[in-house]
Design a protein around this ligand. Structure first.
Ligand SMILES: Nc1nc2c(c(=O)[nH]1)N(C=O)[C@@H](CNc1ccc(C(=O)N[C@@H](CCC(=O)O)C(=O)O)cc1)CN2
Ligand SMILES: Nc1ncnc2c1ncn2[C@@H]1O[C@H](COP(=O)(O)OP(=O)(O)OP(=O)(O)O)[C@@H](O)[C@H]1O
Length: 279
């Protein structure tokens, strides 16, 4: 019974960690995750509800810890990590080779790793450098039920602030035409640059708790499977203090693992796909 419960708890077998880059400093979380074992007489349904609640509580506590650690980062440290992470990505062969991607529009207030230089590079189409321009899709929250779309933009002027103070694309462009939704596109994206609150070297990712990214990633992975497309590389951007020791980040069955992590110390490829594409 307990064995079964543990199996249900540890819902997903995550990728093995195979760090290649110099390890980034790790933030040691105050709270270490312990598996809440249900009492033997609990029913299966009550057990899973209790487990889900425990995981949700542990995620909330970890988010609060990380929020504090991010707040304590000095502006100089933040700026230097922002630059190192973006430079690593823009100089990489896998980014240069990527022609179509999804990326987040970083929000200073949320203390997210800056993506402004990367976005600029994606949208750049200086005369004679058209080959550098990439198709770029960015998130737009549609409702509170985890529905987020990735819509194509061609300039940063396509963005407006939403109620959460995050820049996002309007659903229609200046000519009144619907922006292309990446889930309705006839071609795949090769790369997704992901935000998050905490990550580890086995591919675990903790988001802001909305479930928007996990839901979107699940839909995109299903679509790619249906269409016979290669799965896109899922690459998260992380400040050093957001990289946790193994076992600290709680996960449940809907958490989608990432393929690689980029920190100021470099790239940490995690999955087999990352090891192959990020050489
Ligand atoms: N830049 C960026 N865009 C994004 C996301 C993101 O994480 N980053 N999202 C990813 O989902 C979606 C928006 N989801 C969001 C979910 C929560 C919060 C937020 O402000 N959370 C507060 C806590 C609020 C609370 O606990 O009541 C926070 O994290 O401090 C913002 C965006 C889509 N766009
Ligand atoms: N694919 C899904 N289908 C159904 N529910 C989901 C899915 N993905 C996430 N959820 C639900 O959304 C809620 C928030 O999930 P979780 O705390 O894992 O989000 P997160 O990883 O912090 O956020 P995000 O994925 O947006 O970055 C949970 O109740 C979770 O069960």
């Amino acid at each position: 019974m307990i064995k079964n419960a543990v199996a249900t708890l540890m819902v997903r077998l995550h990728h093995l960690p195979l760090p290649r880059a110099a390890p980034a400093p790790t933030y040691r979380c105050r709270r270490h995750i312990t598996l809440p074992l249900p009492r033997p007489q609990a029913s299966a349904a009550a057990m899973s509800t209790a487990t889900e609640q425990a995981v949700a509580d542990q995620k909330r506590a970890l988010r609060a810890d990380v929020r504090r650690a991010l707040k304590a980062l000095s502006p100089d440290q933040r700026a230097s990590e922002d630059l190192a992470i973006q430079t690593t990505i823009m100089d990489s062969s896998w980014f240069k080779a990527s022609k179509r991607l999804c990326a987040y529009i970083s929000c200073k207030q949320l203390r997210e790793v800056d993506t402004s230089k990367i976005l600029e590079e994606c949208l750049s189409s200086n005369p004679g450098q058209e080959e550098l321009a990439k198709d770029l899709y960015v998130p737009r929250v549609e409702d509170k039920n985890r529905n987020m779309r990735m819509l194509k933009i061609t300039t940063m002027d396509d963005l407006v602030k939403n109620s959460m103070n995050i820049l996002e694309p309007s659903p229609v462009d200046a000519t009144g035409k619907d922006r292309e939704d990446v889930l309705s596109s006839s071609s795949p994206v090769d790369l997704l640059l992901l935000p998050g609150q905490a990550f580890d070297r086995t591919g675990r990712r903790l988001g802001r708790g909305g479930g928007y990214y996990d839901t979107f990633l699940m839909k995109y992975q299903e679509l790619a499977k249906e269409k016979g497309w290669n799965q896109p590389l899922l690459v998260a951007l992380s400040y050093s203090v957001q990289i946790m020791d193994e076992g600290v980040i709680p996960v449940n069955s809907t958490d989608v693992p990432i393929d690689a992590l980029v920190s100021s110390s470099g790239v940490i490829p995690i999955s087999a796909a990352a090891l192959q594409r990020m050489r």
